[in-house]
Design a protein around this ligand. Structure first.
Ligand code: KIV
Ligand code: ZN
Length: 510
């Protein structure tokens, strides 16, 4: 559905082909604390290729032998995406790119007064000489050449135009405009790219950093004015606060601008997860497109809308990016959300039970708690359990202990009306009693005790033990159990039986 008919924007001048140049493996790897192995770089390159990005900057070959090795190995994969190696405008760096067997070089030199005076200590003429010599040398060796004027956005405009036109004359194939410290604004981006496009024939690329959170907006503004290419990284990784995020740029172009770059966007979420896992940089829950909350809904009003038509509160479907929708329960939950959640877990409640579960979820939310799906199932099943026969009831238990012998527990249970009894030994009395319970119930349920916590013991020899457990069954259901008793063994058995009874009730409602 075209939902933005009401806007009438002029002065958009898109390039016929917009290239996506991914630099996750180079600028992304410069994220503080991130270092990728050769194998990890290969995994990411394969996924970027399957997504369909045009170019992958695989690394900075002059910086280490490992970079040359990974560039070569990625090259051996014969991917569709063009592979790029970074080089300063220096012969040795260019040779390292040649050594890596790459056919495309991204060569750069600082052009701003700050870089000229404090880093390179070179005059404008010397900078132009180095840039032109680098481009010529790379072209002479058969490379496709992209030239970056590092810190372009803080470079005098006439000097930027001068160096760009000289490297163009030396046959550079792309001119890249780095906003190295992310100081550009969207309007400035439009003005700069419009000016460069008017005065230069060579395709223009942008490489925008995110220091003020504007990298994606600035890149889009540049694309609106004819930029032919944008440098991006998965999850917006990169130096300091990172680069323009691949998923944000591609999805904004696709959904908000209606420009489909032909990428398989259903792969974005899994690519983001892979990069998050391999780099150790986890995305905040509210990260656009790929964050946990990108398609999560809690408020009753929103969930009601979503259940009728997901476009009411989602600008795109989660399927478009390989993500999934999540209905979250909490203080803002409405009856419709709760109904759809209960349906998801095949739990049928009558009106009174529903009202009781609804109010318990609300009061948990009001007390500041986040209500997980496990909590909901547990609350709903407890509600059901109070209305039904409890499947397993304890009928008796005794422990015998002695010097130099393992404790033995004898347990008698009534399971669906049938009494059963057994004795088991264990390393301690609780262990023995739980082994006996396990043996007695094994024909009725295949359960695992996932957590056992002796939560609170009040003071004194007649203290109360509170036991909390989490159990699961072979269908993936989970339930909690809780019991308080003066006897630790009895508290443990009752807590375990509490959780097993809930699991049995879940199974019987499924
Ligand atoms: O941000 C930057 O200026 C860079 C250059 C190497 C292009 O990453
Ligand atoms: Zn950069």
């Amino acid at each position: 559905m075209q939902y933005k008919e009401m806007f009438n924007i002029e002065n958009m001048n898109f390039a016929d082909k917009i290239y996506i140049f991914d630099t996750t493996l180079r600028d992304g790897e410069q994220t503080p604390g991130v270092a990728l192995t050769v194998d990890e770089k290969i995994q990411i390159a394969q996924k970027l290729n399957n997504l369909g990005v045009d170019k992958i900057e695989v690394g900075f070959p002059a910086s280490s032998n490992g970079e040359i090795e990974s560039a070569r190995k990625i090259n051996d994969l014969d991917l569709q995406s063009t592979l790029v190696g970074l080089a300063r405008s220096l012969k040795n760096d260019i040779d390292a790119v040649l050594d890596s067997d790459l056919g495309y070089i991204h060569t750069f030199i600082g052009t701003s007064p700050l870089h000229r005076d404090f880093k390179l200590k070179k005059s404008k003429e010397e900078i132009i000489d180095s840039a032109v010599s680098a481009v010529e040398y790379a072209k002479d060796h058969g490379l496709t050449v992209e030239f970056s004027a590092e810190d372009a956005t803080r470079t005098e405009r006439d000097f930027l135009l001068e160096i760009f036109s000289q490297v163009s004359d030396a046959k550079a194939d792309f001119l890249d405009v780095p906003d190295t410290v992310g100081v550009l604004t969207p309007l400035e981006s439009r003005e700069l790219i419009t000016d460069l496009k008017n005065k230069l024939k060579t395709p223009i690329s942008v490489h925008f950093h995110n220091d003020f959170g504007l990298a994606t907006a600035n890149s889009l503004a540049a694309i609106e004015c004819g930029a032919d290419q944008a440098h991006v990284t998965v999850n917006g990784l990169g130096e300091r606060t990172g680069n323009c995020s691949l998923e944000e740029l591609v999805m904004t172009l696709k959904v908000a601008y209606g420009i489909d770059l032909g990428l398989d966007t259903t792969r974005l979420y899994s690519l983001s997860n892979l990069v998050g896992r391999l780099t150790g940089v986890k995305m905040p829950v509210n990260k656009p497109i790929v964050g946990d909350n990108a398609f999560a809904h809690e408020s009753g009003i929103h969930v009601h809308g979503i259940l009728n038509n997901s476009s009411t509160y989602e600008p795109m479907s989660p399927e478009m990016v390989g993500h999934s929708r999540r209905i979250v329960l909490g203080k803002h939950t409405g009856a419709n959300s709760l109904k759809s959640k209960l349906k998801e877990y095949h739990i049928d409640l009558n009106d009174d039970q529903f009202d009781s579960v609804f109010s318990q979820i609300k009061s948990l939310g009001d007390s500041g708690k986040c209500v997980t799906d496990d909590d909901l199932v547990s609350i709903a099943i407890t509600e059901l359990a109070s209305a039904r026969e409890t499947p397993i009831i304890i009928k008796g238990m005794s422990i015998s202990m002695g010097a130099n012998v393992s404790p033995t527990a004898t347990v008698k249970l009534e399971i669906d009306g049938v009494e059963k009894e057994t004795a088991q030994t264990g390393v301690g009395p609780v262990d023995a009693a739980l082994s006996a319970v396990r043996e007695l119930i094994q024909e009725d349920i295949d359960m695992e005790l996932e957590e056992y916590n002796l939560e609170a013991i009040t003071g004194g020899t007649d203290a109360l033990a509170e036991v909390f457990v989490v159990s699961s069954d072979s269908h993936g259901n989970k339930s909690t159990g809780r019991s308080t008793n003066q006897d630790i063994v009895m508290a443990s058995i009752l807590a375990v039986l509490d959780s097993i009874n809930k699991l049995l009730l879940i199974q019987r409602t499924q």
